[in-house]
Design a protein. Structure first.
Length: 462
């Protein structure tokens, strides 16, 4: 069962009373998991670029740099922008709109920022800011880990003191933990970056799921303005590697939710006769009532229902601190350069057999692309075309199928085509973060580019 059909069946089972009463409540929690954003926490000392990474994940500069008194901050989805400021005495005040200066004037201990950003429908990001005192940092990290699915430790050089603080992170979160070697633009080229990564891998590689290099500064320069993305610079900054890793965590969380749903259905609804139900459309996470951007700072404590869903603070974390920004965007599909031997010389029987096999595989890949291209074109011509997420999902499914179709081929040319497909997947990751008015067109262009590269190989094989 696909994620979508599993979700529909579980919703049907809950709404029609097919589940026992004691199972219905946990089943509802599983159903909510399909729309629950992945909770990411950014950890590390001050000045290592955590805020830059936060802005990069959001796809735009949301949190400004250099504001004195900015505490730990969490970014989550909200229909209307607002800031929920938790004061040291535990009371809360709301600021309509996004105004960090007004926020810091309140001297809050913690700030939740709600914003209507596409990325926040998939993730929430919390940056922990604490004094550079080991015990206070440990307390802050321990508190943050209780409400996180992924932990990212940002560092320019993972020291013994940092290792000591990381030790308080529970093992279940270390399994989804990343070490970011930040500010790599300050190192002496790729050779020094590789040396640092090798050293970190030896010293603490077993503490993290992955160790990734990142230069948020270069990622920002690569984005430029508007849609003038320097794709090569963006990739070399490490941004695509980070985004791809987070995307993998989102998909893993969705698979886990799907598995739980399928277990419930297999146990209690194995013989159910599911009726046709309307497609369940993914919706952004539920949030509190929006506050007008013109609303002044409210002095009274808001009612509980005004706060966002998902793990809330049981206590106020130790706080204080600086910050620092960055961002990321998308571009048109890169040219998939296919380099390989010509199939013109077929004097060897094995060469002929390999070429014929590759030709069959390439034609199968074209057939796969044709189905998805047809659907995309039909949507573009339809009075009610697909939205951006639907168009990207179709493109993603098409490209994801190609390596499986082509992997049995043996020629270098086919390997290069597969490498080009993976490049196209990187471009898709960027497109998912782009604020573009032509996402469906761009998705179709990407598929057509992949098609042209496959066709060029077929021409050479003829």
């Amino acid at each position: 069962m696909s994620k979508k059909s599993t979700r529909e069946k579980l919703e049907f089972a809950i709404s029609t009373g097919l589940l026992p009463e004691d199972v219905a409540k946990p089943a509802k929690n599983v159903l909510k998991g399909f729309d629950t954003p992945l909770r990411i926490v950014l950890l590390g000392a001050s000045g290592v670029g955590k805020t830059a990474v936060l802005n990069l994940l959001l796809g735009q500069n949301m949190v400004p740099d250099g504001i004195d008194g900015m505490p730990s901050v969490k970014l989550e989805f909200g229909v209307e922008p607002k800031m929920l400021c938790t004061l040291p005495d535990g009371s809360k005040k709301i600021i309509g709109g996004i105004d960090f200066e007004a926020c810091t004037n309140l001297k809050p201990a913690f700030v939740t920022v709600q914003a209507n950003l596409p990325a926040l429908a998939k993730i929430s990001v919390m940056e922990i800011v604490a004094p550079d005192v080991p015990e206070q940092q440990k307390k802050a990290v321990s508190w943050a880990c209780k409400q996180a699915d992924v932990a990212i430790w940002c560092s320019t050089d993972f020291t013994e003191d940092e290792q000591d603080i990381w030790d308080v992170v529970p093992d279940r979160l270390k399994d989804h933990g990343f070490l970011l070697l930040t500010k790599t633009d300050q190192l002496m080229g790729q050779a020094e970056i590789n040396t640092r990564l090798a050293t970190l891998s030896r010293n603490c590689g077993d503490e993290f799921l992955r160790i990734l290099p990142i230069s948020a500064k270069l990622a920002l320069e690569a984005r430029g303005t508007g849609r003038n993305l320097n794709l090569n610079l963006f990739k070399s900054s490490g941004a695509t590697g980070l985004i791809s890793a987070i995307k993998g965590q989102i998909e893993e969380a969705q698979r886990a939710t799907t598995d739980k749903a399928e277990q419930i259905l297999a146990r209690y609804c194995r013989d159910c006769d599911y009726q046709e139900t309307e497609t369940v459309v993914d919706t952004p996470p539920q949030v509190s009532e929006p506050v007008s951007e013109d609303a002044p700072v409210q002095v009274d404590t808001p009612e509980p229902e005004q706060t966002i869903t998902s793990p809330r603070m049981a206590e106020v974390p130790p706080v204080e601190a600086p910050v620092e920004p960055e961002r990321q965007r998308t571009a048109a599909a890169p040219k998939l350069e296919v380099v390989g031997p010509s199939y013109a010389d077929k004097s060897d029987d094995k060469t002929v057999e390999s070429a014929d096999k590759d030709k069959v595989l390439l034609e199968e890949a074209l057939a796969v692309l044709s189905v998805y291209e047809r659907d995309l074109v039909a949507s573009l011509d339809h009075p009610d075309p697909w939205d951006d997420d639907q168009a990207l999902q179709v493109c993603e499914e098409a490209i994801a199928m190609l390596p499986g179709v082509l992997e049995d081929g043996a020629s270098p040319a086919l390997s290069d085509v597969i490498a080009g497909v993976y490049d196209a997947q990187d471009t898709l990751i960027l497109m998912q973060h782009e604020q573009s008015d032509s996402v469906a067109d761009d998705a179709l262009t990407l598929l057509l580019q992949v098609r042209r590269d496959i066709e060029s190989i077929l021409v050479r094989a003829a």
